[in-house]
Write a protein that binds this ligand. Structure first.
Ligand code: LHQ
Length: 262
């Protein structure tokens, strides 16, 4: 395996992105952010129709690399806004705006910004031994990388507060039971199932997937009337795709559709 902090490969129509700093449980560095950002640009440009993200080794991502910067001396402070402005916020926004399905295969611990990153995917699968930790409070920080947005919406304010204020680990089984993630799989089944899912999504009607993502993103903040209008407008767009015509034609001809992603 190479020393690159992020591995990238095209397989079966999707891009597989692997965080690759296993010795630090794939903690984020500036270099890693740069390559990750490039990978999320490269995938659609190279024709990938879905993305799969996982981590090398026993961890998924331990959040910000806490050894990347020297510890400030007495009287010195660090402006952490720079990390969010230049690294985490653009990454999370890019993932939510990307009009392709993103599968997260959480193979081990997802802590701090690593947990926010995991939750920014569209379909989150986890290995049974994985765990999710809002580690921020343990080092005197607040939730970031979207955690404070996702948690109350996904698990409700009561559980969100307890996770963020205690920093206690949440098991993969509880995360699935609480509706934070889609499925838990036995460790050895995680990657085969995640790859099968990513390949299936890559062969699906990609334009409609992008519009579905747009619709469900907006739903978290919209009132019913605005959401109904958005459904009308996105359905209009979906109705003009080749894949819609193919889907209906295949149904009538009693055969499997062959979607081109257009
Ligand atoms: C690590 C890390 C790590 C470096 C494990 N860095 N090496 C922050 C700051 C700035 C701006 C923006 O936003 C943020 C957001 C954040 O993400 S803050 C939260 C940062 N993350 C953490 O606080 C988590 C720190 N890690 C842990 O608490 C534990 O490592 C967990 C619970 C994740 C896993 O525990 P274990 O399974 O017991 O593994 P370990 O602690 O033994 O770690 C294995 C190695 O990975 C170890 O290195 P070593 O050389 O001793 O084998 C750790 O030092 C290294 N590592 N996390 N974030």
């Amino acid at each position: 395996m190479t020393n690159a902090p992020v591995l990238y490969a095209i397989r079966d129509g999707y891009a597989e992105i692997t965080l690759n700093r296993p010795d630090s449980l794939n903690a984020f560095t500036g270099e890693m952010h740069a390559v990750l950002r490039e990978s999320f640009e490269r995938a659609p440009a190279e024709g990938a129709r879905a993305i799969l993200v996982t981590g090398a080794g026993r961890g998924f991502c331990a959040g910000q690399d806490l050894t990347e910067r020297k510890i400030p001396g007495a009287g010195e402070t660090i402006d952490l806004r720079i990390f969010l402005r230049e690294r985490y916020n653009p990454l999370i926004r890019r993932m939510r705006e990307l009009p392709l399905p993103i599968v997260m295969a959480v193979n081990g611990v997802a802590a701090g910004a690593g947990m926010g990153f995991a939750l920014a995917g569209d379909i989150v699968l986890a290995a049974r031994t994985a765990s999710f930790i809002q580690a921020f409070i343990k080092i005197g920080l607040v939730p970031d990388a979207g955690s404070s947005y996702w948690l109350p919406r996904l698990v409700g304010p009561v559980r969100a507060r307890a996770l963020a204020m205690t920093g206690e680990p949440l098991s993969a089984d509880d995360a699935a039971g609480w509706g934070l993630i889609w499925k838990v799989l036995d460790d050895e089944k995680l990657m085969p199932e995640a790859r099968e899912l990513a390949a299936r999504l890559a062969a699906s009607p990609t334009a409609a997937q992008g519009l579905t993502k747009q619709l469900l993103n907006a739903s978290l903040d919209n009132a019913l009337a605005a959401q109904l209008d958005l459904e009308r407008d996105t359905q209009f767009m979906a109705g003009h795709t080749k894949d819609y015509l193919e889907g209906v034609k295949a149904f009538r001809e009693k055969r499997r559709p062959k979607f081109e992603g257009k």
